[in-house]
Design a protein around this ligand. Structure first.
Ligand SMILES: Nc1ncnc2c1ncn2[C@@H]1O[C@H](COP(=O)(O)OP(=O)(O)OP(=O)(O)O)[C@@H](O)[C@H]1O
Ligand SMILES: [Mg+2]
Length: 271
């Protein structure tokens, strides 16, 4: 049998049915138990290659747990299969960039952005100095996230939006295939949030990077995501394109009485 993938020149002129590329990550029947409680229940979902997938749901429904299971930080039953040619049985940082929901380092440490990159990239003590190659790479990454020339800014003086950009820049090294962003714009004012989401879209388009984005901001998701996964009490409630999923009926199932304010695409993007 001839398939699109094996088409020869003789069949190349025929119109063959389009075979969609496999998802970058196929999650099948994934269950996670933490502290004796079943947190994720038989989650089956696809993370579309090169697209932005938004993950939504109420506080405590299991969004962060799902991200951590996908990168192998939590044990799970079921399957997480990466279709990218690398062995992801133990995902390595070069394959997956992760901006966590909470920073586990103290942002008040007396460090500059250059120092932070020095610690993260060269893994040698700061008193030895930050190597030139690290400064060059950090400078290029800062350019990419819209913070040129800020290598020597102390991190304790950065705004929330700037700090998130620095964390994003760290997650972009070395060129990941999958970028996981767990509420990356929480706590940032509206103007900076919009700029941050615009930046994510630009990076997604320019680098073809697959992004999973946890967010409670349905307007931003409507404007920027290609796919939406809805979690409710640890199970998938619905998944599909934003225009299919962000309907009053679905949202009331996922969020109940706590449905966030949301204007449909036309209204959200007007003006
Ligand atoms: N290490 C753990 N041990 C036991 N229970 C945990 C652990 N981590 C998370 N949980 C529980 O799992 C559930 C899901 O937590 P998770 O952090 O994944 O939710 P979330 O959807 O990311 O919520 P939020 O929107 O508040 O970030 C919660 O009830 C939480 O208390
Ligand atoms: Mg969370």
């Amino acid at each position: 049998m001839t398939t699109a993938a094996t088409a020869t020149p003789a069949t190349a002129g025929l119109s063959l049915p389009m075979v969609p590329p496999p998802p970058l990550v196929a999650i099948r029947d994934l269950s996670v138990t933490l502290g004796g409680n079943l947190i994720l229940r038989r989650v089956t979902a696809d993370i579309a290659r090169g697209k932005i997938t938004a993950l939504i749901g109420l506080n405590g429904c299991g969004k962060t747990t799902l991200l951590r299971a996908v990168v192998g930080e939590y044990p799970y039953r079921g399957e997480v299969k990466y279709h990218c040619g690398h062995d992801h049985s133990r995902p390595r940082p070069e394959n997956v960039g992760y901006v966590p929901q909470r920073l586990s380092v103290d942002a008040r440490l007396p460090l500059t952005i250059r120092d932070l990159f020095g610690l993260a990239l060269s893994r040698r003590p700061l008193f030895l100095g930050v190597p030139r190659w690290v400064s060059d790479r950090a400078g290029a990454l800062l350019d990419r996230v819209g913070m040129p020339g800020m290598l020597d800014r102390p991190i304790d003086g950065l705004s929330g939006g700037q700090l998130q950009r620095v964390l994003l820049a760290l997650a972009l090294d070395p060129s990941p295939e999958l970028l996981l962003l767990d509420e990356p714009a929480a706590g940032i004012d509206f103007k900076d949030q919009k700029k941050f989401y615009d930046l994510i879209s630009r990076i997604n388009q320019e680098m073809g990077l697959t992004v999973v984005l946890v967010s409670h901001d349905l307007n931003m998701i409507n404007a920027h995501a290609h796919q939406v996964l809805c979690l409710k009490e640890g199970a998938i409630a619905c998944q599909g394109r934003p225009e299919e999923i962000l309907t009053p009926a679905n949202l009331s199932v996922v969020f109940g009485a706590e449905t966030p304010l949301f204007h449909h695409r036309g209204a959200a993007t007007a003006g």
